[in-house]
Design a protein around this ligand. Sequence first.
Ligand code: UDP
Length: 404
Amino acid sequence: MVRIEDYASIVGESEVEGIKQLAELVKGEKVAHVNATPYGGGVAEMLNRIIPLARSLDIDANWQTLKGDAEFFTITKKMHNALQGNQGVAIGEAEWKHYFDTVRFNSSVLNLEGDVVVIHDPQPLPLIDYRRGGKWAWRCHIDTSSPNASVWDPLMELIRRYNIAIFSLERYIPKSLDTQVLIDYPTIDPLATKNAKIGISEIEKVLNRYGVDPARPIIGQVGRFDPWKDPLGAMEVYRMVKGRIGTAQLVLIGSFAKDDPEGKEWYDKAMAFAAKEKDIFVLTNLDGVGDFEVNAFQRAFSVALQMSKREGFGLTVTEALWKGVPVIGTRAGGIPLQVIDGTTGYLIGNYQEGAEKAVLLLKRPWLARELGQNGMRHVRLNFLITKGIMNYLRMHIELVGKRN
Ligand code: UDP
């Protein structure tokens, strides 16, 4: 079982002590989290770790997920795309009705009792209609800096009814939102199977199992198969690198999330591209690539790519940096907060630049090492779960007040 004390060797005694003191003030309080999927994607990743940690601090935290049919998740994915800026998306009347009906059904099966109820992302947003008490927080994990108004405006009516709305970056906060807001950076757990240290021989075993050569350079991208993550862009970059460094390999790892109906289509596109090029490995959770394997591959990357066109925050970037791997990424979403250009990796504007920076790092391993070390420090100071739990505790105290 996880214990807050286990983090002291990573973040220091005083940070752990501070968390324990805050937790004392919230002890015994009930907190309910609701999101759309139990696995796949960053939200599930974080809840999976933060709930047990909160419970270990004697907070009565639970995590529940929505139930919905394929149509519901197709609608909510359209919504997600619209909020991330796809102006072409329109949600019809029947679709809105199905969305609200599905959430209403969920309101009768979920336990929405809590001193604080945290609703994640747009899928369960209308649950606020069924609030029976407590303070309600809406936690938005996506990039809402230039949303499609036809979808965003009706959702804003719901958001306004929450006690607080939490965003990953300041520029995601809608100007017209008059409720209380909070910025909270997403975080990773250094003790999770996904991020914990593993030995070189274990790493090599994983690579060998999938036919990846540990002795040759590996460029990698981890991310759902989704147009926003631009997996094909990662392949374009690789193709250019391969022209200059013939030994390079590309590992593309993507999963199929329960709430993401677009996964298969983009996986097929990636497979079709890979069939035309040498040394590209497209791997998924269905090939047995789980947390441990993702960890092993990320540690084996010479350089990690994050070619996202839109990105809420980009936990995959955090994970790579934490493993001492420099990241070449776009300027989307939370990537520039993590990739400090020339310090923890490189920010790029197009595939050509991505390839140039990748070649630079593959040819200068000492430079890659230095950027990777800086990245690790940056994550330790800003994006570990201890910061995440501290923010939740502070928010709780702010909303509910201190326990006597
Ligand atoms: N992930 C994974 N396997 C995959 C693809 C992604 O385990 O094949 C994990 C990844 O390690 C990260 C999360 O899913 O922890 C993705 O979070 P991120 O913020 O990068 O993107 P999101 O999917 O939430 O848009």
